[in-house]
Design a protein around this ligand. Structure first.
Ligand code: RB5
Length: 147
């Protein structure tokens, strides 16, 4: 799968770790930064990440900041993005199965690298319940809410 990864200064180290993990699993990773501890603004990097998904260059986005919250708020401002902030495996699974989430946001100051990897793996391995499921009408309603 082609996955775009993005982070702010609070998340870049975990983003880099997870990008290495994704490559080791055979995924193609597009890394749009940031790559250092210099302070940057999460809306800018969320926008770079989700742009890859919306343009069809990546199937899913992994967005990392300190809490995951800023990235999720920013990503969900973009129509067509269903971003979820996760700090547990159950939410990761449900966000795929029920919500067809296409962006996973993690908080590097919330979850350790081991749990982050588990969450990411489950999130990527779980399929959406499908367009024929009861969940689709709910996703269709979301698309009607601006933005
Ligand atoms: C940066 O200090 C921090 O605010 C950011 O990484 C993120 O947690 C915001 O939601």
């Amino acid at each position: 799968m082609r996955i775009v990864v993005a982070a702010d200064h609070g998340g870049f180290a975990l983003k880099n770790d997870l990008a290495t993990h994704l490559r080791s699993l055979g995924h193609e990773v597009i890394d749009v930064g940031t790559d250092g501890a210099a302070s940057v603004d999460y809306p800018d990097f969320a926008a770079l990440g989700v742009a890859e998904v919306l343009a069809g260059r990546a199937e899913k986005a992994l967005l990392v900041c300190g809490s995951g919250v800023g990235m999720s708020i920013a990503a969900n401002r973009h129509r067509g993005i269903r971003a979820v902030v996760c700090s547990d495996v159950y939410t990761a699974r449900m966000s795929r199965e029920h919500n067809n989430a296409n962006a996973l946001c993690l908080g590097a100051r919330v979850v350790g690298p081991g749990l982050a990897q588990q969450i990411l793996d489950v999130w990527l391995e779980t399929a959406y319940a499908g367009t024929a499921s009861r969940h689709q009408q709910r996703l269709d309603k979301l698309e009607k809410i601006a933005p």
